[in-house]
Design a protein around this ligand. Structure first.
Ligand code: ARG
Length: 274
């Protein structure tokens, strides 16, 4: 691990880091091949709502894992920075960025014009769209069929947006949940007739909860969405590092590796938003 690893360890213990010595003692022979010790990289605090498998979630050990985590770690390695993930509920996540409590957000965040007014986004790293989950016996065949039904969404997501638009702002039939899994649990319990959320998360849930007896319904009326990594508005320096990292992992095949680890197949050209 060398100096670099030792520095990290100290930091983890909460001790103050010693600055790397500026030079070897005068008496020592000049080292031949060793580079000067690199300055310890800044560790950026990353907010993520880790209830969104397979993108960001907690494993049995409580560690935050998933596609987004692997992706940002690869991006950081190329961009020359370090990251530390902090589980951050979706409802407060944009505020945490704005307040400076988080330096970065990666949370399957769809880049929207509205959000762009209060934060800056990296270049897109993943393509997505809304998908409907219903019980296998449901007659729902298209989005419009949800007009008069009880629909579960995660508060403040693009799923919430489209359903609210369909049903009208004052509809009592839009059931808002703190997390997408909670909405899906409610569908299982029969409290809602459908859930609208990002395709990847719905598919993951349906695949891993065969007992729930769900099916998915897609509708070409849903606009294509793209995920971006968010920084505080105006943080051009960090944004630049992130974008460089994204470009580098797309160019050298690491994006495809990260993609395959979660989704099992090579990234379709479209998924990478190349
Ligand atoms: N892509 C959707 C949006 O940006 C949902 C993202 C929710 N992410 C999460 N980790 N809960 O609104």
């Amino acid at each position: 691990a060398g100096l670099f690893g030792a520095g990290l360890l100290l930091a983890a213990c909460g001790k103050k880091e010693e600055p790397a010595p500026a030079a070897a003692p005068a008496s020592a022979p000049a080292p031949v091949a060793s580079a000067p010790a690199p300055a310890p990289a800044k560790v950026y605090v990353v907010g993520t709502d880790a209830a969104y498998a397979p993108f960001e979630f907690q494993n049995e050990k409580g560690e935050i894992v998933g596609f987004s985590i692997d992706l940002l770690q690869a991006v950081a390695a190329k961009g020359g920075f370090e990251v530390k993930f902090v589980n951050t509920p979706w409802e407060g996540i944009f505020n945490a960025l704005q307040q400076g409590d988080r330096d970065l957000l990666i949370s399957s965040i769809t880049i929207t014009d509205e959000r762009k007014q209060t934060m800056d986004f990296s270049n897109p790293y993943f393509d997505a769209f809304q998908l409907i989950a219903v019980k296998a016996t449901s007659k729902v065949a298209k989005f419009d069929d949800l007009k008069k039904l009880k629909v579960g969404v995660q508060t403040g997501t693009t799923g919430d947006e489209v359903v609210t638009k369909l049903q009208g702002k004052n509809s009592a039939n839009v059931k808002r949940f703190e997390s997408t899994p909670l909405a899906l649990k409610e569908l299982e319990a029969g409290g809602v007739d459908a859930v609208v959320a990002d395709n990847g998360v719905i598919i993951n849930y349906v695949t891993n909860n065969a007992g729930a007896n769900f099916k998915t319904v897609s509708d070409s009326a849903f606009a294509p969405e793209q995920y971006g990594i968010a920084v505080k508005k105006g943080n051009a320096e960090l944004l630049e590092k992130v974008n460089k990292g994204i470009a580098a992992i797309k160019a050298d095949g690491s994006y495809d590796q990260v993609y395959a680890k979660t989704f099992g197949a090579a990234a379709p050209a479209a998924a990478a938003s190349k």
